[in-house]
Design a protein around this ligand. Structure first.
Ligand code: ADP
Ligand code: MG
Length: 727
């Protein structure tokens, strides 16, 4: 009888898929975009004028919606619009601390008591929900006696229609808070941090005489990496299915060495799936822009055009969900884990970040002559200062069991947080430090040596892929974020630490100018000192080298290698003071998050270890025992035939010795994993990292070695060479 692995391969080889489920030759992109979103255009067409104006003021300038009549009018228009789109239900969508989204659907129908049902939806239902939802992690904020959790409408992220195979649901983005108003989610602190930054940035703009801007948004464009493999492989790999990553698997003879995958042609089934997913994203107003093959085999990337951080975060969550669902329609599995396969690249999410006014000015755009652009220099130096002052907070914002497999390996930036500025900006910052701002290096044109080609302008700075935090022309790119993260967390940190720096600069400049000093003079007096203090975090070289690790240590930059090292940063005094000062997260909220992250780490690794033991005992061990019996039988029959059989005997010995190590490691892992050390979640996380993780690594070594010895027809698990290359 064929095993699950053989059945999977056979099925994949013969299965046909309908690759034409969406046809862009007959579907207009323009018609598709935003067609399922209760966006500005729909709002304008359907809302009474004063209601529309009030809502837009909230969305664009952050004015609070106080009039309940507005909510009622919006709810009523939303309901009519949703019913026309085939919606039967509505839901408040929120982002609990699982890092995923959560939803509970309510029907629009209300029976009237006279045997008739009416479709109803009012302002109250739009504004507040009580989903109960007491099973989400709260880190102690929701004791059972105050277990209420509320969802609250976020009018700045538009509602939309999510279509199911046989109907549709009106989805309303919301925050999720406890009865005491404390954040139980990823969105609440993000919104708070955006407000904090807006408030501080406006102070600087006012100093520069800008009276027009009413709000400053942080903008984010996340580049999402992911894997697509045939889903029959997923079904035959319990580790991938339940843990999101392979816990066993030998590196294939051919991996990514030939660099033949990066930017290569996209396989047919994959591009059909991508196009379908993009169609759904367009419908939901997600401005997806680029797609390409990534470095590892079967790895891809999708990136949207940037939006304000709140919307970008909501859209990234939706995007991950759409990728997974659409993959399924094409017989594919979308793997979003940071490290689904050992030995080849894992997946990250580059968080491109900037600040922009509601009037559309990008505050990190240097223009052609940054040395003359004092406002740009102020904002840019504020970011540099923030990263130099709070590198550990950035580090902890990307800490998770999954990301531990990437950060610090030579594929993702190291765990040391540093900034890359590039030649042009570095030169300007150097001049600034010397208080001698004179010029800006210009790019000019590239010499290609072929006269018929048009001249290509050269960028004034080169790029650097190894830096965790890089200036890329008119934005910073935070590259340490894991592929499966909600970008909410990292952006809460970025917004808050930059708000603090801007506050510091604004306070000093306001004081100086109030005392009669010229603004430019005040800036020239202030910035060089900040650059001097912060420049230790600037590094333009190769972040993957051993030299940099030594140099970073010499500079006194923190190197929090693993997640467990990073978690306690959340509850350190300076972090509590910072988040408290800008009202982004209270001490209790930080404590709860710290606890949740420690627990999540423990749970994730414990589940993986349990899964390893299960696979070892019920899949690998039986295969090895069968093979061992075969070899032993061959040894015996050869001997019976009177032939010398040293090599056979040696093979049996090697196999048996490896098997006994494998069994020994399985037993130790089982025992280690079932031991519960005394102490809190952090103590447990330390135990897991120091005891369970190394034992998992050891067991894997033996298992992977066995894969290279045992007869291929007996090996039960789809191998790397199959999962990554059979398309
Ligand atoms: P690159 O290829 O140099 O990384 P791209 O222009 O392709 O840059 O941008 C990568 C991502 O950065 C995209 O999602 C893009 O929308 C985003 N991005 C561009 N400008 C900004 C900005 N001002 N703020 C935030 N993200 C931005
Ligand atoms: Mg990029």
């Amino acid at each position: 009888m064929p095993n699950a692995r053989q059945t999977a391969i056979k099925t994949i080889a013969t299965k046909e898929y309908d690759l034409n489920q969406i046809d862009f030759r007959t579907t207009s992109l323009k018609d598709l975009f935003g067609s399922c979103v209760f966006n500005e255009e729909v709002q304008k067409a359907r809302l009474p004028k004063p209601v529309f104006k009030a809502l837009q003021k909230t969305i664009k300038q952050g004015a609070q919606l106080t009039d309940s009549a507005v909510a009622d009018a919006v709810a009523s228009a939303m309901k009519d619009w949703a019913l026309e789109h085939g919606a039967t239900h509505f839901t408040h969508l929120f982002q609990p601390m699982t890092g995923l989204t959560a939803e509970k659907h309510d029907s629009f129908l209300s029976p009237t008591g006279t045997g008739v049902a009416l479709a109803e939806f009012n302002g109250k239902e739009l504004v507040k929900g009580e989903p109960d939802a007491s099973s989400f992690p709260s880190g102690g904020i929701r004791a059972t006696f105050e277990a209420r959790g509320y969802t609250g409408w976020d009018p700045t992220s538009p509602a939309y229609i999510r279509e199911n195979p046989n109907g549709a649901t009106l989805v309303i983005p919301t925050v999720f808070v406890s009865w005491t108003g404390e954040a139980l989610d990823k969105k609440t602190p993000l919104l708070r941090s955006m407000e904090a930054l807006s408030h501080q940035a406006l102070r600087i703009l006012r100093l520069f005489g800008n009276t027009e801007a009413k709000k400053v948004f942080t903008t984010v464009g996340p580049e999402q990496e992911y894997f697509l493999i045939d889903k029959h492989f997923l079904y035959a790999r319990p580790d991938l299915l339940n843990c999101g990553r392979t816990l066993f698997g030998t590196k294939p003879p051919k991996g990514q060495e030939l660099e033949d995958q990066y930017f290569g042609t996209i396989p047919e089934r994959v591009i059909a799936c991508m196009a379908d997913a993009e169609a759904e994203m367009f419908r939901l107003g997600i401005p997806v822009k680029t797609r390409h093959n990534e470095v590892a085999p079967s790895q891809y990337e999708i990136a949207p055009i940037f939006e304000d951080s709140n919307l970008a975060t909501d859209h990234n969550q939706l995007m991950m969900d759409i990728l997974r669902r659409t993959a399924d329609k094409y017989g594919l599995a979308c793997l979003l884990h940071e490290k689904p396969f050992a030995g080849i690249n894992g997946s990250g999410k580059h968080n491109n970040w900037s600040m922009a006014t509601d009037t559309g000015e990008n505050l990190l755009n240097p223009g052609d002559n940054p040395h003359e652009n004092a406002q740009f220099l102020v904002f840019c130096v504020a970011v540099i200062r923030a990263v130099a002052k709070y590198p550990e907070l950035l580090r902890v914002s990307v800490a998770s069991a999954g990301n531990d497999h990437r950060l610090g390996a030579n594929e993702a930036p190291p765990a040391i947080i540093s900034i890359f500025l590039g030649t042009q900006l570095q030169d300007v910052i150097d001049q600034l430090e010397r208080s001698d701002l004179k010029s800006t290096k210009q790019g000019g044109f590239m010499e290609i040596g072929v006269s018929i080609l048009p001249k290509l302008p050269r960028d004034a700075g080169d790029r650097n892929r190894t830096s965790p935090f890089a200036f890329t022309g008119n934005k910073f790119e935070f590259r340490a974020v894991g592929s499966f993260f909600s970008i909410g967390g990292p952006n809460v940190v970025l917004n808050t630490i930059v708000a603090e720096s801007i506050d510091f600069i604004a306070t000093s400049l306001e004081k100086a100018t109030a005392g009669g000093k010229d603004l430019n003079k005040a800036i020239q007096d202030l910035l060089p000192g900040i650059v001097k203090e912060s420049k230790k975090v600037i590094f333009n070289g190769d972040g993957y080298t051993e030299d940099w690790h030594k140099e970073a240590e010499r500079r006194g930059l923190p190197n929090l290698k693993g997640s467990v090292d990073a978690f306690p940063i959340l509850i350190r005094k300076d972090s509590i003071d910072l988040f408290g000062k800008y009202k982004v997260l209270s001490e209790r909220e930080l404590q709860s998050r710290y606890f949740i992250y420690c627990e999540k780490y423990v749970k994730e690794v414990t589940i993986e270890a349990d899964m390893m033991v299960t696979i070892a005992r019920t899949m690998i061990l039986p295969a090895v025992l069968r093979y061992q019996a075969e070899v032993a039988a061959a040894v015996n029959s050869t001997k019976a035939a009177g032939v010398e059989n040293n090599a056979q005997l040696e093979h049996l010995r090697e196999l048996t010795s490896l098997l006994s190590k494998f069994q020994g490691a399985t037993a130790s892992l089982l025992e280690a994993n079932h031991h519960h050390p005394d102490g809190d979640a952090y103590a447990h996380a330390n135990y897991i990292r120091d005891t369970v993780v190394p034992q998992m690594a050891e067991l894997r070594t033996y298992g992977d070695k066995l894969e290279t010895i045992v007869a291929d027809d007996l090996w039960p698990l789809p191998t790397y060479r199959e999962m990554l290359f059979i398309k």
